[in-house]
Design a protein around this ligand. Structure first.
Ligand SMILES: *[C@@H]1O[C@H](CO)[C@@H](O)[C@H](O)[C@H]1NC(C)=O
Ligand SMILES: *[C@@H]1O[C@H](CO)[C@@H](O)[C@H](O)[C@H]1NC(C)=O
Ligand SMILES: *[C@@H]1O[C@H](CO)[C@@H](O)[C@H](O)[C@H]1NC(C)=O
Length: 158
């Protein structure tokens, strides 16, 4: 399944690389400032933008799109769960609750995702906002873990 996923990414990458599409600028931040379109289009418009390794394309209906999104969202949930298990471990190496939030490290993680996004054809705006949410919510979770742990060695936390 993972291999199929990589092939799909590669195929999508090839489609993007072979065109000089004006929408390419939507993959970089800052997003271009363009007035709202007044078009009322006959749907589906344009051409399918996903090409699988077996030469077929996607997608031909909104239902088909949503089925694929559901599959990927289930994979993301599993990956997020694995990531958070390490976030929880990180809490064990923080001596005080004030040590939990390290803004410089947060910024490094967010910037790393923004910088790497074009390499996997991910829009930078998605990387930036998702990673901000990931980092911010991880801090809240770590603070909760720290605050709820009852340390048998430490009475009163002094
Ligand atoms: C767009 O076109 C469709 C079909 O002609 C029409 O039913 C709909 O009201 C239009 N929408 C807008 C916002 O103009
Ligand atoms: C081609 O690959 C896609 C994605 O793996 C799959 O959903 C589809 O059924 C395949 N089509 C054919 C004709 O093999
Ligand atoms: C994350 O937290 C920072 C600092 O508090 C805030 O500026 C930013 O808007 C938050 N981003 C998200 C997506 O929650």
């Amino acid at each position: 399944m993972m291999l199929g996923f990589l092939f799909a990414l590669q195929a999508i990458g090839l489609v993007a690389a072979s065109s000089s599409d004006p929408s390419d600028k939507c993959y970089f931040i800052p997003l271009p400032s363009i007035p709202d379109s007044t078009d009322n289009r006959t749907i589906p418009w344009g051409e399918p933008t996903i090409q699988y390794a077996n030469g077929t394309t996607c997608c031909s209906s909104l239902d088909e799109v949503r089925q694929q999104l559901d599959v990927i969202d289930a994979q993301l949930l599993q990956l997020l769960s694995e990531r958070v298990s390490y976030v929880r471990e990180a809490t064990r190496f923080k001596a005080t609750v004030a040590d939990v939030n390290v803004p410089s490290r947060n910024q490094q993680v967010i910037q790393g995702a923004v910088d790497a996004a074009p390499l996997v054809h991910l829009p930078q705006i998605v990387a930036e906002i998702v990673y901000e949410g990931l980092v911010n919510s991880s801090v809240l979770f770590e603070e909760c873990i720290f605050n709820t742990y009852v340390d048998p060695e430490c009475v009163g936390g002094k």
